[in-house]
Design a protein around this ligand. Sequence first.
Ligand SMILES: [Zn+2]
Ligand SMILES: [Zn+2]
Length: 323
Amino acid sequence: MKIKLYGIRGSLPSNLLPSEQVAFHTKVLEDYNDSGEKNVQAFLRNYNRFALGGLGTDTTSIYVVSDDEENDLIIDGGSGIRRLGNVMASTERSTTRQIDILMTHFHWDHLIGLPFFAPLYQKGVEVNFYCVEGFCETALKTIFKKPFFPVPFESLQSEIYFHTLPAREPTELNGFQVTPYRLQHPDPCWGYKIEKNGKTYSHCVDNEGERISREDLGADLPLYQNVDLCYFDAQYSISDFFDRPSWGHSTAQIGLEIAMREGIKQMIFAHHDPSTTPEQIVEMANDLQVFYDKKMNLSTNKTEHNLHPVQWEFAQEGTEFIL
Ligand SMILES: [Zn+2]
Ligand SMILES: [Zn+2]
């Protein structure tokens, strides 16, 4: 199973202004001059990847695909789905294919890309939308209504179907086993545990993550158990998180805490706030490393029990993970 990140921003698409890009590239060039390195590629290889390429622009859309690329699922239709749709529409089987899209919830940042998803306009394509909440069809048709968008839903060329998934029960979907679990968000939002060939991807965005203990997570605890890769809401730094209670988003420390306890192998921290800069992500990663080292050190010294080592990183658009 491969997981490709097409949109990692939270709340609103966001990128640097041209003037900010100039400052950004000036810094890279100055660092290159100061480094004494003559080979540009060698210099760039060692440069911080966020400082070099930024975080990414688009809001949530994640592509899950089998190793042989025969089966796939999409999670959410944020602005990132536009680029994914262009890739899909340009492939050989583009006009005869079935596309399955899991919706976590209906906040704008998770559906604004759908009117720009090219396969919806292709004759012969079947698009299935899945969600736990019963109002998926109404919500998605609304975004194609005037005065929000000029193309009416009824004129889309693809065949479109809506399905409701049972909460906390596995469903076989295009070769994947999909189980929805409830996340913590101001409007109902569902995370997805996706399993195939003994590998598991867990999608946990948008999620405030106030429920941390096994007891508080209750029936939703399995979302974090036996997981190879988990995509977790880390919209805020730890200080911003405490300043914004009930805003529906979390911080990396909370995800890492759960991961160390439950033995999640790898964490991706995502849904970056639109105002978050690459420099802030580097700072957040440094803070998180201190937190992680301290916890693991305590664990080794037996004052905290049974913590598992976890690989983690902050999301950058375009990254692909192979499980
Ligand atoms: Zn969101
Ligand atoms: Zn949301």
